[in-house]
Design a protein around this ligand. Structure first.
Ligand SMILES: C[S@@+](CC[C@H](N)C(=O)[O-])C[C@H]1O[C@@H](n2cnc3c(N)ncnc32)[C@H](O)[C@@H]1O
Length: 311
């Protein structure tokens, strides 16, 4: 980095701290002068190294799955209840966040490969904004789950991703945590094969990470021995009755003391299915275990991730 870039960085730092009060400036000063920022910097660089692996995997996946990352063997239907019930086939576009981050989406829009709007009346200028839906978690969400929400040491823990799809959560767990067992259960065979190919291509340790082709409700054995269960919103993949059955199944089989991570509040999910009352007292919302690492994240992006303990 030349003198000019250093000057640029100083200018950006000044811009940022000029918006702070005296007390906050003092806090930043102490962070720098006490050298504790060096530890944070080292950790940030480690995170960036792990993230690079996920970027490589996303590049591989983009070449093997269709643009919308949906398989012809899948049945994906807009839900009729919950906060995504406003999605229809016409107003919704599936853009997988693990494959396409915000910068990538901007580039796709610029090159007209993707549009953010649809015409609500043909040939008219009355356009509406499309709803972008991702069926995978983004790299940033995965980093947040493993470096802020969950405890640091997961060495003797078993992680289960319910409906592992392209494997985003599994790869996140592999590179951002030290969990000894990482299992994805996915009901679509084609998606399981894709995950297995990625695991092999990146020479991941097959004793640590694996994919099981099954309906989760047939694998209570896997649920019962897991300590951390990650569940991305399932609304597009199961009908209301099945969705309810799945939550009764989880309540019965997830063991006490486990963690449950979800990307929508459980109150919202259970209320939309009208089963909230039956689940009262089952879950406790929890504070992040590694709150000190929030320094690495823009928190506005992470208010949609929830950590619970199971009673
Ligand atoms: C929203 S995607 C989640 C992808 C992944 N967990 C992530 O967050 O990146 C939900 C996935 O769950 C799968 N799924 C839905 N119901 C399932 C069930 N009963 N058993 C196994 N997989 C299921 C779907 O096929 C779909 O791939």
């Amino acid at each position: 980095m030349g003198d000019e870039s250093v000057l640029n960085v100083k200018c950006r730092i000044l811009d940022l701290i000029s918006e702070l009060g005296d007390h906050e400036v003092q806090n930043i000063e102490e962070w720098i002068t006490s050298q504790s920022y060096r530890k944070d910097l080292e950790q940030k660089r480690n995170l960036q190294r792990s993230e690079k692996q996920l970027i490589k995997i996303a590049n591989t996946l983009r070449k093997i799955v269709p643009f919308e990352a949906e398989m012809t063997t899948e049945k994906i239907e807009p839900p009729t209840v919950g906060d995504q019930a406003d999605c229809t086939k016409e107003n919704t576009c599936h853009v997988d966040e693990f494959l396409y981050d915000d910068k990538h989406v901007d580039e796709l829009v610029k090159s007209e490969k993707l549009t953010r709007f649809y015409c609500s009346q043909c040939n008219s200028r009355k356009t509406k904004e499309l709803i972008f839906i991702s069926h995978s978690m983004s790299r940033q969400a995965l980093q947040y789950i493993f470096t802020v929400l969950l405890p640091k040491d997961l060495e003797d823990k078993k992680i289960l991703d319910v409906g592992s799809r392209l494997g985003a959560v599994l790869y996140g767990a592999y590179y951002f945590s030290n969990a000894s067992t990482i299992v994805g259960v996915e009901m679509n065979k084609e998606l399981c094969e894709i995950q297995e190919n990625v695991i092999k291509k990146y020479s991941m340790d097959a004793n640590r990470i694996k994919v099981v082709h099954a309906d989760i409700m047939e694998r209570n054995d896997i649920v019962e021995c897991s300590n951390i269960i990650i569940i991305n919103v399932l609304d597009f993949f199961v009908d209301i009755e099945k969705h309810k059955d799945m939550w009764y199944f989880f309540k019965k089989h997830i063991k006490k003391g486990s963690y449950l991570v979800s990307n929508r509040s459980m109150a919202d999910t259970l209320n939309s299915l009208d089963i909230y009352e039956d689940m009262i007292g089952w879950l406790n919302i929890c504070k992040p275990n590694q709150i000190e690492n929030e320094i690495f994240f823009d928190l506005e992006d992470y208010n949609e991730l929830y950590l619970y303990t199971v009673n």
